[in-house]
Write a protein that binds this ligand. Structure first.
Ligand code: CA
Length: 347
């Protein structure tokens, strides 16, 4: 058991990956068949699922372990609690009926894992965006009956984005339940992945944030947050680059709307940055870098930025030490590591 006697905050890591054995088997079968139409998925899980490199093998084992090994890794790096989410791309590469069944089964297994270690784990619900009405039912079941703390989606679903009203029952249920939706990266959609693939830029190095930042901007300019003003979204990786672009997004969006040159950019009730400041929360997964974190805290609010490790993809003990050394007051540090997550996810 880790202890907190030497520090007066708990370290809650808020974007930590896991996968069920059954989903891993389905990924491997899909890779073998190769008929899924998603080159990003092929490259990502072709590496982590089938490569014999030590890094891929270590991750392959760690991401499936929900007991001794994971807890030992948490203890070794001083992580008191992980907020777990089914790893990318979740169930989104399967056809609807399969995806719904796999999501329900993984949520049941996640609830069992949390019940075994209630002080070490909490989690978000997986769902199948390709079946939005069923997804809404599954999110409601996961929150109200299984005690999960919100839902997560891995960006595009087979090239479709959630600004399409087809998906809006998912926003409706998250808003009604008052739980956050975590928009986690996926590899770029099939429409945009090619220039990334040929230089191995499709995953966490750049493709994830390009894909996920684009998805979030599509939501904002389509008016999702005027229609669902209380919707809460969580973004990893210090906001997928968007906080750095606030000024330019606002400036250019106003001009595009004024020019009337696109039906795709309609007038909004507020500036794009207003939604990013008030409907969004941010985690530091994979971005253990003081200047970036400080910038996001200053621009978006110290009460909106939460610690995350991105286990097991970025399992680095030195990064935890770097986060402990952030230039924060004791009160801000406790918010960053503990109380923001407790408030936002109701842990
Ligand atoms: Ca992640």
């Amino acid at each position: 058991m880790s202890t907190t006697h030497h520090r007066d905050y708990k370290r809650i890591a808020t974007e930590e990956g896991w996968i069920t054995k059954e989903l891993m088997d389905r990924y491997l079968a899909l890779l073998e068949r190769g008929d899924h139409g998603d080159p990003g998925f092929q490259n990502l899980w072709g590496f982590f699922g089938t490569s014999q490199s030590p890094r891929a093998r270590g991750l392959f084992e760690r991401i499936q372990d929900m007991d001794a090994r994971r807890l030992a890794d948490m203890d070794a790096t001083g992580i008191d609690m992980q907020l777990l989410m089914l790893t990318s791309p979740g169930v989104q590469v399967f056809e609807s009926a399969d995806a719904c069944a796999l999501a329900s089964s993984s949520n049941d297994q996640l609830a069992e894992t949390i019940a075994r270690h209630p002080h070490r784990f909490s989690g978000l619900a997986a769902f199948a965006p390709q079946a939005p009405e069923a997804a809404a039912v599954e999110i409601e079941r996961s929150v109200n009956r299984l005690g999960l703390k919100g839902a997560l989606v891995n960006s595009h679903t087979q090239g479709r984005y959630m600004d399409d009203e087809f998906f809006w029952p998912i926003f409706e249920v998250c808003e009604a339940l008052d739980v956050p939706l975590y928009i986690h990266p996926n590899t770029p959609s099939p429409q945009m992945v090619e220039p990334f693939l040929s230089r191995c830029l499709d995953a966490a190095i750049f493709g994830f944030q390009a894909e996920t930042g684009l998805h979030v901007l599509r939501l904002i300019v389509s008016g999702v947050f005027d229609r669902f003003p209380k919707l809460k979204i969580v973004l990893g990786h210090c906001g997928e680059g968007l906080p750095f672009w606030l000024y330019r997004i606002d400036f250019m969006h106003a001009g595009i709307v004024r020019s009337g040159r696109s039906e795709g950019a309609k007038p909004l009730k507020r500036k794009p940055s207003d939604y990013l400041r008030e409907n969004f929360f941010y985690t530091t997964s994979g971005m253990a870098w003081e200047p970036a974190i400080t910038f996001v805290q200053q621009q978006m609010g110290y009460d909106r930025v939460m610690y995350a490790m991105d286990y097991p993809y970025q399992f680095e003990a030195d990064e935890v030490k770097a986060m402990d050394a952030l230039p924060l007051s004791p009160e801000q540090k406790k918010m960053f590591f503990q109380t923001n997550a407790e408030r936002i996810f109701r842990l």
